[in-house]
Design a protein around this ligand. Structure first.
Ligand SMILES: Nc1ncnc2c1ncn2[C@@H]1O[C@H](COP(=O)(O)OP(=O)(O)OP(=O)(O)O)[C@@H](O)[C@H]1O
Length: 266
């Protein structure tokens, strides 16, 4: 069987520092897979390598059976990527942001209109389509960015902490959108997050990273059972394997990320 994503012995060093220290995992077609871990665990470095934005030091990555090193161009067409940093332009409307991406893809006028319309409906942004994005709520911006990332109809969507800095209601709408997308389009979704409750509710399987290594992977149920505690939550699993408390907001790290996003809109 060909996996959507297969990672073999992947290593990334920055000078002497090993940010990703030899990891292995695979993701099935149509699966929602969560990469969890404390700050600095190596999650972003890993997904940047998957998204062809960063060359690995060693190891191999296959996307639908294609070696990323040899078929970067083809792989990029199969992937949509929503980075942590803002990728929507606050001075344009939601529609204009999507139009810009559609033009970059060189879609014809009819096809552009069709796809943008389809996405605005799917992402529940029809009513806000002609409002400036800087007037959007955080959840709406994230949904628009998901739209930008899937305009070219990729098979796999990669998201780097898409709900960080959002309030609980907005986080809920983003996760719901992802669930709906998967159901309606069969997209494979790889997501990094440190919101354990949300990962548990949405991800079929998760991998927990710590200091560049995958310290546990499986379904949330399997991982909870492995702790030996009958009423364990995924948060307990996280603490069990990383020795770290899950950050749920208000940390310097999270604040910095949120601020960076807000600055982009001012
Ligand atoms: N370009 C770089 N040069 C040097 N070190 C780097 C570089 N990029 C990342 N690192 C280091 O690699 C480690 C892993 O970083 P990474 O961003 O992948 O972690 P993360 O799990 O995504 O955490 P976060 O939630 O903070 O984004 C960190 O210690 C980071 O400082």
């Amino acid at each position: 069987m060909v996996y959507s994503i297969e990672v073999q012995d992947l290593i990334k060093r920055f000078g002497d520092y090993e940010a990703v220290a030899g990891i292995n995992f695979s993701i099935n077609k149509g699966e929602v897979f969560g990469l969890l871990g404390p700050n600095g665990a190596g999650k972003t470095t890993t997904i940047r390598m998957l998204a062809t934005l960063l060359p690995p030091t060693s190891g191999r990555i296959f996307v639908e059976g294609l070696d990323v090193r040899r078929h970067g161009g083809l792989v990029r067409r199969l992937l949509g990527y929503v980075p942590q940093a803002l990728s929507a332009d606050g001075t344009l409307t939601g529609y204009e942001n999507l139009l810009l991406f559609a033009k970059l893809l060189r879609l014809g006028k009819g096809e552009r209109e069709r796809r943008i319309d389809e996405l605005l409906n799917l992402l529940n942004l029809q009513d806000a389509a002609h409002k400036l994005v800087r007037e959007y709520s955080g959840g709406m911006v994230r949904r628009l960015e998901i739209g930008q990332a899937i305009l070219h109809r990729p098979h796999i969507l990669i998201l780097d902490e898409p709900t960080v800095g959002l309030d609980p209601v907005a986080r809920h709408t983003v996760w719901n959108t992802l669930k709906q997308l998967r159901e309606e389009t069969g997209l494979t979704i790889l997501i990094t997050t440190h919101y354990m409750e949300e990962a548990e509710a949405t991800c079929r399987r998760v991998a927990i990273m710590n200091r560049g290594r995958i310290v546990a992977q499986g379904t949330p149920e399997e991982l909870k059972r492995a702790t030996g505690k009958p009423d364990a939550t995924l948060e307990d699993v996280f603490t069990f394997y990383t020795g770290d408390q899950v950050e749920t907001g208000g940390s310097f790290h999270e604040l910095r990320k949120t601020r960076l996003r807000v600055q982009r809109f001012n």
